[in-house]
Design a protein. Structure first.
Length: 344
């Protein structure tokens, strides 16, 4: 087992008090697994990614723990976590294309990175760097160039190489395909799979709101909503037979391949996610859910409905015994909403 997250809660400090962005989240990530983490903006997915590698001063570990390869990560101790960054757990940050300093050449950035992590045998690591550049079709002359001289796709791939250069057990990739064209998105996604298959990384969490990307690169997909997990299953189960009404609504909001814009109208999810300053009791999706009933005022457990398929929904649990899948009826989802909300 590569990663085990148990009852993790993470809050942000604010003038109005602590705001819990991740609320009692538990999941497992197996060796060799690429797990997609998806949901609307503000669902808490990026907060999970950041908490597993760096708690910035605004953040606070409110409970729970994370174990990587059987050893607990000192999430609340940044000095202790610093020793594990890049070597045990690494992050390709959101807006990674803007993460490279514009006044330093790529090669200099990498050597400074190695020095900061106390890597003494830099020649061996730099030799491996050249091999990986060649693997993804980049020439070594890129090391003599500045970030602004590279295309968006090249900068993104260089950032992924830097983040995985010391072969971390866990790589967290936060929105690595955002702001890229479709063909480059695919190339970056295939790069993650290639690095996993070659053992450069043991496992990965790909964070995004774009389910179509995860359908191409992820082994499993976990859906978040308002700081809690809604559903986790294999990619095929999530994309072909989702059980949670929220997951179904996300899938329904995506355009179908081959369908012309003039021939169809995309549907979205009515309403907005609840405020995490004062979140509602019970299921946090109930105000937007077409299946909500009295039981939904209680918090549903994140339970295994089928082998390898976990869902937090009273309706799904109730109907699972009869083998019935909850399906969003036609017209239950209003037009005009999107899978993006506000905040992150």
């Amino acid at each position: 087992m590569s990663l085990t997250v148990e009852n993790l809660s993470v809050a942000y400090r604010s003038r109005r008090g602590d705001i819990t962005a991740v609320d009692n989240v538990s999941f497992r990530l197996a060796d060799g697994e690429i797990m997609g983490l998806a949901g609307e903006s503000g669902s808490g997915k990026s907060t999970i990614g950041n908490a597993l590698i760096y708690m910035d001063p605004r953040m606070k570990l409110a409970g729970g723990k994370a174990l990587l390869d059987g050893k607990e990560l000192p999430l609340a101790d940044n000095d202790a976590m610093r020793k594990l960054r890049m070597t045990e757990v690494s992050l390709v940050p959101q807006y990674a294309m803007s993460a490279l300093p514009p006044t330093r050449r790529i090669g200099k950035i990498i050597t400074d990175l190695l020095r900061s992590h106390g890597i003494k045998d830099r020649d061996e690591v730099l030799s491996e760097l050249l091999r990986r550049l060649e693997l993804i079709g980049l020439k070594d002359e890129i090391l003599r160039r500045y970030a602004f001289e590279l295309s968006g796709g090249m900068r993104q791939r260089v950032t992924i190489i830097m983040s995985s250069l010391l072969n971390p057990s866990l790589l967290i990739a936060d929105e690595v395909t955002s702001a890229l064209d479709v063909s480059t998105q695919r190339a970056v996604g295939e790069m993650l799979i290639e690095f996993r298959d070659r053992g450069y990384i043991k496992s990965a969490i790909a964070i995004t709101h774009d389910l179509s990307i995860l359908a191409q690169i992820a082994d499993s997909i976990t859906i978040m909503y308002a700081g809690r997990l809604a559903e986790k299953a294999s990619t095929a189960a999530i994309t072909e037979a989702p059980l949670h009404p929220y997951t179904q609504a996300l899938i329904a909001s995506l355009p179908e391949v081959g369908v012309r814009h003039e021939d169809t109208t995309l549907t979205g999810i009515p309403g907005r996610p609840p405020s995490l300053v004062n979140p509602p009791s019970g299921c946090r999706f109930r105000e937007r859910c077409p299946f909500a009933f009295d039981k939904c005022t209680e918090t549903p457990p994140f339970a295994e409905i089928r082998p390898g398929h976990q869902v937090a929904c009273w309706k799904v649990s109730q109907e699972h015994g009869g083998g019935t899948r909850v399906t969003v009826p036609a017209g239950a989802i209003a037009d005009g909403a999107s899978t993006e909300g506000t905040g992150e």
